[in-house]
Design a binder for this molecule. Structure first.
Ligand SMILES: Nc1ncnc2c1ncn2[C@@H]1O[C@H](COP(=O)(O)OP(=O)(O)OP(=O)(O)O)[C@@H](O)[C@H]1O
Length: 266
C-alpha cells in the first residue's frame, strides 16, 4: 500500500515542527464564542484526550484542526502548516458515529476507498481495493468488506471508519467520541488498535471523549476544555479535582473513587 498510495509531499527529512501549535484561538458562531483564546502545543507521538462538558468546544477544536471552521482570532499550525494547506493523507479523521449517514448505499470497502481520494469511488481499482482490504484487516474488520453500511452495527461502522482514517497511514489521527455506542470489549479493542498504530508509526492522536477513565488510562496528555482551556498536561495533573470542578462544576463519583484508589489529589 505504501508504494501505491504514497502520501507524496512527505515530512520525512524536514525539520519537524510540533504536530499541533495553537495560540490565542478564538472561534465564534455568530454571537456565540465556542472557543476563547485557547493555546497549547502537542508534541509528536502524543495521545491527547480532549475532555469537557457538552457544548464545551471539543468538536469545534477538532473542526478547526481540520480547517472546517475559520478562527476569528489566533493561529493554528497543523504539522507545520495552516489547516487548509495540510496535504490530504497527513490527517486521518474518525467522526462521531451518531453523525454518520447509514442510508448511503455503499459497501464497507467503498467507504474505506473514499479515504484514498476525494471523489466518491465510482470504480475502484485493484490497488485501491487491496489497500482497503489491508486497512480493514488491520482493524479486525476484514469480514465486513462486502457489507452494506446500512447493515453494520455502530461498533462495526466505527471500525470501518477507523480503517478509512488509517488507510493512508496518517501522522495525525483525530477521533470524535470514538467509543460512543461501542461495548466494553469493542472499546478496549479500539484503544489496542490505536496504540498499536502509534507504536508502528509514531503517529499523534487527538481523541474527544466523555470517558475520563479512558483518558486516564490511555492518554499521554489530557486537554480539559470548557470554551477556554482549563488544563493541559499528563492525565494525573489535567484530571485533578480542581480542573474538573472548573470545567464541569463537579467531580464525578466514579472519578472520585478512582482518585481515592490511586491515592492522588482527592
Ligand atoms: N455550526 C455551528 N453554528 C452555531 N453554533 C455552533 C455550531 N457548532 C457548534 N456550535 C455551538 O458551539 C458550542 C460548542 O459546540 P461543540 O460541538 O464544539 O461542543 P462539544 O464540546 O463538542 O459538545 P458535545 O460534548 O455536546 O459534543 C455549542 O454551544 C454549540 O451549540
Amino acid at each position: 500500500m505504501k508504494d501505491s498510495f504514497n502520501k507524496g509531499d512527505d515530512r520525512a527529512g524536514q525539520r519537524r515542527p510540533p504536530v499541533l501549535e495553537v495560540g490565542g484561538l478564538t472561534v465564534r458562531f455568530g454571537d456565540h464564542q465556542a472557543l476563547e483564546r485557547v493555546a497549547f502545543t502537542v508534541p509528536e507521538g502524543a495521545f491527547v484526550a480532549i475532555v469537557g462538558p457538552n457544548g464545551g468546544g471539543k468538536s469545534t477544536l477538532i473542526k478547526a484542526v481540520l480547517g472546517l471552521v475559520e478562527p476569528a482570532q489566533g493561529h493554528l499550525r497543523v504539522l507545520g502548516r495552516r489547516p487548509r494547506e495540510v496535504p490530504p493523507g497527513w490527517i486521518g479523521y474518525v467522526p462521531q458515529v451518531k453523525t454518520l449517514d447509514r442510508t448511503f448505499p455503499a459497501l464497507a470497502f467503498e467507504l474505506v476507498v473514499s479515504g484514498l481520494r476525494r471523489r466518491w469511488p465510482m470504480r475502484v481499482s485493484r490497488a485501491e481495493r487491496t489497500a482497503a482490504l489491508e486497512a480493514l484487516a488491520r482493524v479486525g474488520a476484514a469480514h465486513l468488506v462486502e457489507r452494506p453500511l446500512a447493515r453494520l452495527s455502530g461498533g462495526e461502522l466505527q471500525r470501518v471508519y477507523l480503517a478509512r482514517a488509517l488507510v493512508r497511514r496518517p501522522e495525525l489521527v483525530l477521533l470524535d467520541e470514538p467509543a460512543t455506542g461501542i461495548d466494553a470489549v469493542g472499546e478496549q479493542d479500539l484503544y489496542r488498535l490505536l496504540e498499536a498504530y502509534q507504536r508502528e508509526t509514531r503517529a499523534t492522536i487527538l481523541m474527544v471523549t466523555h470517558d475520563w477513565e479512558a483518558a486516564r488510562h490511555h492518554a499521554s496528555h489530557v486537554l480539559v476544555l470548557n470554551r477556554r482551556l482549563i488544563g493541559f498536561g499528563p492525565p494525573e495533573r489535567a484530571l485533578s479535582e480542581e480542573c474538573l470542578r472548573r470545567a464541569f462544576g463537579h467531580v464525578g463519583h466514579a472519578h472520585r473513587m478512582a482518585f481515592n484508589a490511586g491515592g492522588t489529589d482527592a
